[in-house]
Design a protein around this ligand. Structure first.
Ligand code: GAR
Length: 203
């Protein structure tokens, strides 16, 4: 059987995309292959990472599409063109509605930079998550990979990794530690877990 074709959705720097590419190159994604990178921002450095790795990269912006519905339909259409079986949200900073998530039940995963259910849901993304964790004064934070449904950060949890908050941390320092000690190892492991499951189910 063919490998599970993975579409990675991105918006920014793409360090989590890079972690997936590096894991694939090390043979740690045996049941999946990254077949498309899709960005909702034209200036995302993640697009450059995809090109350097020889992975097809494409852009769909909400502005060009005009509405949330048209935006989601354009993304779904692009994923269909590339025969994508499974979607990984790797720093994708747009909310996806039930219309979209219902098309890929248990086939979309997301990495979130906190231990869900803390500091998650609408409005919690990127550095804001770490700012909120520092404001609350938590001593431990981390990252979560979860299935994606219509509730922002509300789908079933697949994997979590805890990371210590250190005295005097800035949001940027905490973000970097959470990426290094949790996100970049967790996301490829979770992607392989889901790809293997889909592969064995013979989708
Ligand atoms: C990562 O920390 C990711 O967990 C977070 O954005 C960053 C993207 O970095 N995602 C969210 O906040 C989603 N709610 P990257 O572009 O370098 O992978």
């Amino acid at each position: 059987m063919n490998k599970i074709r993975i579409g990675v959705l991105v918006s920014g720097g793409g360090t989590n995309l890079q972690a997936l590419i590096d894991a694939q190159n090390r043979g740690e994604l045996p049941h999946g292959e990254i077949a498309l990178v899709l960005s909702n921002r034209e200036d995302a450095y993640a697009l450059t990472r995809a090109k350097k790795a020889g992975i097809p990269a494409t852009v769909v912006t909400k502005k060009a599409q005009g509405s949330q519905q048209a935006f989601e339909e354009a993304i779904a259409h692009r994923l269909c063109l590339y025969g994508i079986d499974m979607v990984v949200l790797a720093g994708f900073m747009a909310i996806l509605s039930k219309n979209f998530t219902d098309k890929f039940p248990n086939r979309i995963i997301n990495i979130h930079p906190s231990l869900i259910p803390s500091f998650c849901g609408a409005g919690y993304y990127g550095l804001k998550v770490h700012q909120a964790a520092l404001e609350k004064g938590v001593k431990v934070t981390g990252a979560t990979v979860h299935y994606v449904n219509e509730i922002p950060d509300g789908g079933e949890i697949l994997m979590q990794q805890a990371v210590n908050v250190l005295p005097g941390d800035t949001p940027e320092q905490l973000q970097k530690r959470v990426m290094e000690q949790a996100e970049w190892s967790l996301l490829p492991k979770a992607a392989e877990l889901v790809a293997e499951k889909l592969y064995k189910e013979g989708i």
